[in-house]
Design a protein around this ligand. Structure first.
Ligand SMILES: [Cu+2]
Length: 161
């Protein structure tokens, strides 16, 4: 092996080690909420979860996020938005988180629920295989656990277990 070849090999190894490219993705999804306070809370939560841009529209109830798919995911963002009290297309807020919302932010959950789906499971599988919320007993180590049952709030489609 010549010195030149050695350099080529070394350069290839370096680029595969450090060459992880940002993968910017843009997604728009429904998030329940009412007012300007909701807007701030929703957008902050999305950014906390790694979104580089987040913009929620109070009229359409749509949240547009931009994020780097190598550092976060849509489901992580949706879980974080639910964590601060806002039901959304990918995750449902806990009753506790909803109860903590300011009075003007308490959106109508009966209609909002129609747009929200179960937070961890789709078609009997944890979304993206990346469900980290082990407090939900249908999810264990990123998969629907043996307790996953139809009727669990997080796992309505998780019928097999
Ligand atoms: Cu509000």
């Amino acid at each position: 092996m010549t010195i030149k070849n050695l350099f080529v090999v070394a350069a290839f190894i370096m680029s595969s080690l450090f060459g992880a490219q940002a993968q910017n993705k843009k997604e728009v999804f429904q998030v329940a909420g009412n007012c300007g306070m909701c807007k701030g809370r929703i957008e902050n939560a999305a950014k906390e979860a790694g979104a580089t841009q987040a913009s929620w529209d109070a009229d359409s109830k749509k949240l547009a996020v931009t994020y780097d798919a190598t550092t976060t995911s849509l489901s992580i963002i949706q879980e974080q938005v639910a964590m601060v009290g806002h039901d959304n297309a990918g995750a449902k807020a806990s009753d506790e988180a909803y109860a903590k919302l300011h009075g003007c932010c308490k959106y109508d959950r009966t209609t909002a629920a129609a747009t929200a789906v179960d937070s961890c499971c789709k078609d009997g599988k944890c979304k993206d295989g990346s469900c980290k919320d082990t407090s939900k007993d249908c999810c264990k180590n990123g998969q629907c656990g043996e307790k996953g049952k139809k009727g669990k709030s997080c796992c309505a489609n998780c019928a097999k277990a």
